[in-house]
Design a protein around this ligand. Structure first.
Ligand code: SF4
Length: 357
């Protein structure tokens, strides 16, 4: 997959852009003023595979709490999300933040932008300009009538110009909408017209099912065109689910550095002789519980001997169901017959014995 090579920035040791592996991001939904709860959620996100975690810093109390959060999680790259008040950005820069998300046009005077730019320059902290359809400025809304892709793009360019005025260039851009097509088109405009890395994803995408579908559609369209340097899958759900979804989408797209277990299973039909739906769901859960999801292997779970053996043979390990039992395959060879209630255990045991170092 060819990628557009953007300018690279570094977020607490994680490179973003310049052809680097696409890092996964998410955002805490705890009260930032509760440092212990926020730090615990940051840890959960990092354990789930989140590379960069953002947290909101709405006031000075939250900024002071950020200082403690930084102390509690010194090893996870953290982004402070700040609106309207440049002083909070300067405080977070002092307290060791790794990136700031801010829209320079919305944080007060030009002098405030200058102070943020200077604080970030001095500490090599990049800034993400995050333009969202829902918070587009009034002049652009009046000009375009709605948050069109062109309006999102123009807004981003305006914020970039403000930062550039103070010699600041370590910029990441996002232009997001709740519409898949508007998000993709706005990202294409930005990608065609500037070299800054792009943070991509559909914002306010909804609950788990539709949110994942919308994000997969947008990320698929963009990443297969070579666009996108870091992702967030926004969901109305536990943020850990955002991380799982983002990782799975990047894995499905074959993005380098995002390998993991590929489970191939058939849609079932009248031939299916075992309870395949429950079997696959149970197997997926067991894989996660046993910490095997990151193994770069293909597992085929097929309902019958028509297409089953073919897929199972192509996989590292697999089963083809019969009536109340299944054939266990590995590397193209039949290993043995397994009763239906022992299939998950047989697969898990085989994987542990053969693929876990
Ligand atoms: S693999 Fe067999 S059971 Fe599954 S959908 Fe195909 S024909 Fe039906």
């Amino acid at each position: 997959m060819e990628r557009k090579i953007t300018k690279q920035v570094c977020v607490g040791g994680v490179p973003v852009g310049g052809g680097a592996r696409i890092p996964v991001q998410s955002m805490t939904n705890t009260d930032t003023r509760d440092a212990a709860a926020t730090a615990a959620q940051i840890r959960r996100l990092a354990e789930a595979g989140c590379d960069i975690v953002r947290l909101t810093v709405p006031d000075a109390e939250a900024a002071e709490s950020f200082r403690e959060i930084r102390r509690l999680v010194p090893d996870v790259p953290l982004v402070a999300d700040i609106h309207f008040d440049y002083r909070l950005a300067v405080m977070c820069a002092d307290y060791g933040v790794d990136k700031i998300r801010i829209n320079p046009g919305n944080i007060g005077s030009e002098d405030g932008v200058r102070q943020v730019a200077e604080a970030c320059l001095a500490r090599h902290i990049p800034v993400r300009i995050g333009v969202n359809g829902g918070s587009l400025g009034k002049p652009l809304l009046a000009k375009y009538g709605s948050p069109t892709p062109q309006a999102l793009y123009e807004s981003a360019m305006g914020h970039i110009a403000l930062l550039n005025r103070f010699g600041f260039d370590d910029i990441v851009i996002s232009v997001k909408s709740s519409s898949v097509t508007a998000t993709a088109e706005a990202c294409r405009f930005v990608s065609e017209n500037c070299e800054y890395p792009l943070h991509i994803g559909v914002t306010e995408a909804g609950t788990r099912r539709m949110g994942i579908i919308k994000n997969a559609a947008a990320l698929g369209a963009l990443i297969t065109s070579g666009i996108g340097d870091t992702v967030r899958v926004s969901l109305t759900d536990d943020p850990v689910e955002e991380v799982y979804a983002a990782r799975d989408i990047l894995m499905a797209l074959g993005c380098p550095g995002h390998t993991g277990m590929d489970i191939v299973s058939c849609p079932t039909c009248g031939r299916t002789g075992i309870d395949l739906c429950s079997l696959v769901a149970g197997f997926e859960k067991a894989v996660r519980d046993e910490g095997l999801a990151s193994l770069d292997i293909k597992v085929a779970i097929m309902g019958c001997v028509v297409n089953g053996p073919g897929e199972a043979r192509e996989a590292d390990v697999g089963i083809a169901g019969g009536r109340g039992e299944a054939l266990l395959f590995a590397k193209g060879e039949i290993i043995r017959k397994v009763p239906e209630d022992g299939i998950t255990a047989a697969l898990i045991d085989y994987i542990k014995d053969n693929f876990v170092k």
